[in-house]
Design a protein around this ligand. Structure first.
Ligand code: AMP
Ligand code: ZN
Ligand code: FE
Ligand code: FE
Length: 281
């Protein structure tokens, strides 16, 4: 059972890397990718917690912004964690998330929602990449909404008047960074229409030309029809197809292993990294 997209307390998940590794082992996952938003800070804790029976794939989900202002997520797997340009780019994005959070809070306050930056800080795990789910947690704590999901329904989704984007590389820039660091690039949930506006079919060719390796097809935020369209694009451009849970702990309904990647697809994807970087004990 191969699950190539998960989050921990190093970004907006609720399980620590240690807990996630234990959970993956006990649930029979054979290959697990750790893909926190814009950070590699959980890698060492995951390596330390690893035991025989699980292959660990270290990665990150890189936030991207297209030239048209569209939010896109790029999974980088198996890249060299010491690569300087990559670490600098991730740090820039994390830094940009702080003024963005201030702006979203300002807009919410102008509309009468009594929430402060300190409220958000009080719910963010130490060192975690700051994100909207933390703002959601603060809104829950303040009694304004009942859950993260409810917070995204009206207040925090990409189409809401309170949504603010943050600085981030373009998808093509992110792909180039990942490949230059020796890793493989898989575009995450590209047709998740319920989250907001999505890429057009013709946007995949420039990404392929930049070195894109795969497309996340089986993901709960994509309908069967959207997945069929993605399978067609993947076949045309000779891209690997993945399936994954995008597990966030108790922060989302997504269950670990609810969508999986075919072993042959994974073998092909792994073979395109410049070194054999899967961690095993
Ligand atoms: P951010 O990186 O701060 O823009 O927040 C993105 C994260 O918010 C995603 O990784 C999800 O965990 C969560 N998220 C985004 N859109 C939704 C949505 N419509 N419903 C629930 N959670 C969402
Ligand atoms: Zn997330
Ligand atoms: Fe994502
Ligand atoms: Fe994700």
């Amino acid at each position: 059972m191969i699950d190539l997209h998960t989050h921990t307390t190093c970004s907006d998940g609720t399980d620590t890397p240690h807990y996630l590794i234990n959970k993956a082992l006990s649930e029979g996952i054979s290959v697990l990718a750790l893909t926190d938003h814009d950070t590699t800070s959980g890698w060492q804790a995951a390596i330390d917690a690893l035991r025989p029976g699980l292959d660990l794939v270290l990665g990150a989900e890189i936030s991207c912004l297209t030239n048209d202002g569209l939010s896109v997520h790029m999974l980088g797997l198996l890249f060299d964690g010491t690569n300087q340009p990559m670490q600098e780019a991730l740090e820039n994005t994390r830094d940009g998330r702080i003024p963005r959070m201030h702006k979203m809070i300002e807009l919410l306050r102008e509309a009468g929602y009594k929430i402060t930056f300190a409220d958000v800080e009080s719910v963010v795990p130490e060192g975690a990449t700051l994100g909207r789910p933390h703002l959601a947690d603060a809104l829950v704590k303040a009694g304004i909404v009942k859950s993260r999901d409810e917070a995204f329904l009206d207040l925090l989704n990409n189409n809401s008047p309170f949504y603010v984007s943050h600085l981030a590389p373009t998808p093509v820039e992110a792909i180039k960074l990942i490949r230059a660091a020796g890793g493989v690039a898989v575009i995450a949930h590209p047709f998740a229409t319920h989250r907001g506006e999505i890429l057009a079919s013709e946007d995949f060719l420039p990404m392929k030309e930049a070195g894109l390796n795969g497309i996340e097809v089986d993901h709960r935020d994509q309908t069967m029809q959207e997945r069929d369209q993605l399978r067609k694009i993947a076949a045309e451009l000779n891209l690997v197809m993945t399936g994954s849970s995008d597990y966030h702990g108790t922060g989302k309904l997504n269950a670990l292993g609810e969508n999986l990647t075919d072993p042959a697809q994974w073998a092909h994807l792994e073979s395109m990294a410049n070194e054999r970087r899967v961690v095993r004990k």
